[in-house]
Design a protein around this ligand. Structure first.
Ligand SMILES: CC(C)(COP(=O)(O)OP(=O)(O)OC[C@H]1O[C@@H](n2cnc3c(N)ncnc32)[C@H](O)[C@@H]1OP(=O)(O)O)[C@@H](O)C(=O)NCCC(=O)NCCS
Length: 212
């Protein structure tokens, strides 16, 4: 395998981590070495089964890093596996769609679009479980995943997207930059990995006129 002058293989996960860290910390990068290959794809049930372990590992890494994504204990792998098994079933039923971001086949990010199943809510979906591996952040991966999920929603003629996010988390800046609106805040909404009860911010985005 080809090596860089820093002795890292040309397209290894280690190299990817090295560059993500460098980007996050503002460390100078060698010129011409910025090409990090990320592949994005919507996955179907069969592919989700193949990537199941990786998706669970990504979730565990994010929870261990303190993410507020429904779980409070990264060592409770059972809860995470149970959640994703249920998500897989709803993917098979066509109730949700899942996108992955991968680096060399390794899952480094994901987002879910969960269609409302109520007769009065067929025009809307919830964006959920947006997460990027702690070592792969600040490279636009979440932005790309969000844009893909939004585009797919508008193409299916959905007209309303909703989500909730822990108040004060960096994700809010991403959503605002993508044109999401804040609907309000609920105090003490979810327990954090540290035990405290955090407020959540409810957000929504409507399809631009002429898109649906
Ligand atoms: C939120 C999260 C998905 C962002 O992933 P990411 O790939 O690093 O995000 P991007 O690189 O696409 O950043 C997009 C924008 O988000 C904002 N942002 C992301 N991380 C940020 C941070 N640490 N501090 C401030 N702003 C941040 C910025 O506006 C950024 O745009 P910019 O880079 O042009 O300034 C990631 O931090 C994560 O997985 N967090 C834990 C899980 C979570 O909280 N998910 C959201 C649930 S609602």
């Amino acid at each position: 395998m080809a090596s860089t002058r820093r002795g890292l293989p040309a397209f290894s996960f280690e190299r990817f981590v090295f560059f993500s860290r460098a980007i996050r910390t503002g460390r100078a990068l060698p010129s011409g070495d910025m090409q990090i290959m990320i592949e994005y794809a919507e996955i179907h049930a069969d592919e989700a089964k193949q990537q199941f372990g990786d998706i669970c590992r990504l979730t565990i890494a994010c929870v261990a890093d303190g993410a507020s994504i429904g779980f409070i204990d990264a060592s409770d792998g059972d809860a995470i596996v149970r959640f994703w098994l249920g998500a897989l079933e709803s993917l098979e039923r066509g109730e949700r769609r899942i996108w992955l971001a991968c680096h060399e086949g390794k899952v480094v990010g994901t987002v879910t679009l969960a269609q409302s199943m109520m007769p009065n809510g067929r025009h809307r979906a919830e964006v959920a479980k947006l997460m990027v591996h702690p070592q792969a952040r600040r490279q636009g991966i979440a932005r790309e995943l969000m844009q893909r999920a939004e585009q797919a929603a508008w193409e299916k003629s959905l007209s309303l997207l909703v989500l909730d996010t822990r108040s004060g988390d960096p994700a809010t800046a991403l959503y605002l930059s993508l044109g999401w609106q804040i609907a309000g805040e609920i105090p003490d909404y979810a327990q954090s990995t540290m035990g405290a009860f955090d407020a959540t911010t409810l957000m929504y985005k409507t399809a631009a006129p002429g898109i649906s």
